[in-house]
Structures are given as C-alpha cells and as structure tokens.
Design a protein around this ligand. Structure first.
Ligand SMILES: Nc1ncnc2c1ncn2[C@@H]1O[C@H](COP(=O)(O)OP(=O)(O)OP(=O)(O)O)[C@@H](O)[C@H]1O
Ligand SMILES: Nc1ncnc2c1ncn2[C@@H]1O[C@H](COP(=O)(O)OP(=O)(O)OP(=O)(O)O)[C@@H](O)[C@H]1O
Ligand SMILES: [Mg+2]
Ligand SMILES: [Mg+2]
Lengths: 216, 216
C-alpha cells in the first residue's frame, strides 16, 4: 500500500532529512518506525501522508504516484483514506474535544448528528467521555494526545499514521491506545507507528529502524 | 524549598484538578512525580512554579507564601530562581534555537554577547550544536524538547521544574538529558521531574505518586 523508492528530502537551508530511502509497507501491516531524535521519522511520515513532497524519488500510495495527483486529488486522498496522529497533536484551539474529533468526519458525507455521535464514541473509547466540552487548553497533555488519536481513527481510515501516539501517556493509558490500534489493525487498517518506546516497538510485528535519514 | 499545604485547584467549569495536597520538597531533592494522564501533575507543577494560584491552601517557595507576593515580585522570582521545561515546550516560533535559549537569560543582567555564548554552550550540551539557527518549525519534536530543556537550564536556576522532559526522545537522547539533570542536581539544583517513564522514575531518589488530584 506504501512504496518509497529512492526518496530523498532536503529542506531549504540544506538539511537532508531523508537520503535515498526505499521502503515497502504491505496492506494490513503494523510496523514500528524507530530511531534517534532527528533521524527523519516524522519527515518520512509526512511524505507517506502526502503532507509534503520528496526532493527526489517516488512515493506511491495504493499504487498511485503521489507526484502525478493534483492538489485536489491529494486532499480527497487524505480526507478519506489517511488518518494522522501528529507528534504535536495540532488540535483546533477554538473547538472543544467533541468538535475536534467530529471534524475528522467532515468530508465523508456523514451528517452533523452522526458525526457528533461517532465523535463521542471515539472519545469514550480513549477514556475521555467526561471531557467532551473541554477545549485543548483545558486538557492535560495526555488528554490532548488522546483527542488527536480519536480524531485520526473516527473515520475508520484504511491507513493510519501515528507519530509518537503514547509519548504523553502513562503506561496504562498507553497500553489502552496500543490495544485500540491492534484491534483496528486486526480489522484491516494498515498502521505505521513512530515510537521511542522500546517495549511498544518490540511488541509490534515489524520494526523499521532509521538513522541519519536512512532506513538501516 | 517547596511546601504545599492543603492545596486545592478547581478550574472554572468545575474540574477539581488537585484536592487538598500536602507536599514538602527539600533543597537539593530530585523527586519523580508520577501518575496517570489527568491526575494533576502539570497543574501541581504550575502552582509550584507560581504560574497559577491555588483555589485553596498555601504554596510556599523558599519560605515565602506565594499569595503574599505581588505580581512583580512573582515575575522576579520566576525569572531568576525557577527554570521551567513545559510539557508542550512553548518556544517562541519566530526565534531560532539560539535566540530561544538566550532569552532564558534576559532578566539576569547578562549582556547580549554572553547570553549568546551561554545559550550556544547549553545547546551543544543537549546535542543541538548544528541546529542553532533553526526555528522551531524547522526542528524535530525531540529537538524542540531539547531546546526547551536548554532554555530552562541556561540560567542555572536553583529550582528546575521539568514536565515530561524525555517524552519525545529516544532512549539515548533521553539518557543524556537525565544525566544532565543529575549533574545539575549534584551541583545543588532542586529538580522536580514529571515523567511517565517507569525506568526514569525508578532511577530517581524519590517518587511522588499522584492519582485523581491527590498525592497517594
Ligand atoms: N483550564 C482547565 N480547565 C478545566 N479543566 C482543566 C484545565 N486544565 C486542566 N484541566 C483538567 O485537570 C486535570 C488535570 O490536568 P493536568 O494537566 O494537571 O494533568 P496531568 O497529570 O499533567 O496529565 P498528563 O499526564 O496527561 O499530562 C485533567 O483532567 C484536565 O482535563
Ligand atoms: N523545515 C525544516 N527545515 C530544516 N530542517 C528541518 C525541518 N524540519 C525538520 N528538519 C530537520 O530534519 C531532521 C529530521 O527531522 P524529523 O522531524 O523527521 O526527525 P524525527 O526522526 O521525527 O525526530 P524526533 O524523534 O525528534 O521527533 C531534523 O534534524 C530536523 O532538524
Ligand atoms: Mg518526530
Ligand atoms: Mg501533564
């Protein structure tokens, strides 16, 4: 479902975050992407999620060469087929938890009432049933992280990209999140998990180690 | 150096984040504050750091009742005696790494040239000597976290409050940060560390467990 061929990413200013990366992720996989801070993990996830374009090389999602898609086609791809948990969450500050998660269903043709019902169910699933009306500044770090997770999964996307999904969670909440991801994976979701947690990485079926912008 | 007596914190809207907390931290201690997501850890750290006031009870820093200090005296206390590593970093988006850290010395009477030299040394210490001119959006999650750490320690404050300082770091970088904190502690800095990392918590001389707004 994901194929990177010879992917290089150099940022303006000269930092090469990825160097000629080749990687194939099959449908239904659940790999852990691991490696030191600054090794290029989030950069790679952004390219897979079509949030950025490579400087060189090809990114294929579902067989489509991402470079051949228009911005409009890319938006549609992202809205319906890719769920993203960002390392820094990126919640809408003016929306409460329910609104933030319901917005994850905005381009899926689902009506407002159903969006809110499904958003509530997703938030209850991550233990936030009592925080629906809180805005991000009224939530703890780990609560914001769980809102970001709920928003990414509420639309049941076929591909889920999770950047450090348990970084702000205690081991009990973190285990709960990993259990949720494993259940989604068993139901068919392909999930890439960037994690610094050695135990979590080792518990997943495959590990993709990175160092200095390369897959080791 | 820190004394909380009967401290309660209830947010507008009714959430009681802390309930009648009593806690004494002595000079030179290095306790780990642990507990589930939402248990009140960051709230407690904000009260200790005088960034917020309790709804009930007393917070004493260095023997001073925080409630009896004017806003101006509180600002002076924070600028010179307390270093803060925030759970979400709060870096200035328009300043590069060097500027962000140099600003940690702004109210200490140190001239610009020395601020920048000390900022550079602090950044080199956390492995960011090659990222001095990068702005926060040009840094990885773990790099931003390390800039926040460098900014908190550059002024060598007697009290350091660190909220999840290794949450975005791989184990090698995380170990490096804990080593830095232990060295500062040996040199006399009192350090409170909120952490979800069991190994890190167990490696510190004291653990303060929290649950549902109370110290257990
Ligand atoms: N401004 C606010 N208004 C209302 N409730 C709040 C506000 N800030 C925090 N809370 C609530 O207070 C509780 C404690 O928050 P706090 O940030 O102290 O938790 P924490 O222990 O640091 O959690 P984490 O490990 O997830 O960072 C949380 O349940 C949160 O929803
Ligand atoms: N916009 C940018 N401009 C310049 N350099 C950048 C930019 N964004 C990221 N970088 C650099 O690219 C490198 C890789 O960044 P990336 O965010 O992919 O790392 P990471 O593996 O996710 O790290 P972490 O574990 O700390 O989150 C880092 O060294 C970073 O400084
Ligand atoms: Mg990252
Ligand atoms: Mg917190």
């Amino acid at each position: 479902v994901i194929e990177l061929s010879g992917v290089t990413k150099t940022y303006p200013g000269g930092v090469t975050a990825l160097r000629s990366v080749d990687l194939v992720i099959g449908y239904g996989e659940l790999p852990a992407i691991v490696g030191p801070s600054g090794s290029g993990k989030s950069t790679m996830l952004n390219l897979v999620g079509t949030l950025d374009r490579p400087s060189q090389g090809t990114v294929r999602i579902d067989g489509h060469d991402v470079a051949s898609l228009s911005d409009r086609q890319l938006s549609a791809l992202r809205a319906r087929r890719i769920g993203f948990v960002f390392q820094q969450f990126h919640l809408a500050p003016g929306r409460d938890a329910l609104g933030n998660v319901a917005d994850g269903l905005l381009y899926t043709g689902v009506g407002k009432r159903e969006r809110e019902q499904r958003a509530e169910a997703a938030l209850v699933r991550v233990g936030l049933g009592e925080r629906l009306t809180h805005r991000p500044y009224q939530l703890s770090g780990g609560e914001r992280q769980r809102v970001a997770i709920a928003r990414a999964v509420v639309g049941d996307p076929p591909l889920l990209l999770a950047d450090e999904p348990t970084g702000n969670l205690d081991s009990v909440s973190g285990t709960g999140v990993m259990k949720l991801l494993c259940e989604l994976n068993e139901a068919g979701t392909t999930i890439l998990v960037i994690t610094h947690d050695r135990e979590i990485a080792d518990s997943l079926p495959r590990q993709v180690p990175m160092r200095d912008g390369q897959v080791v």
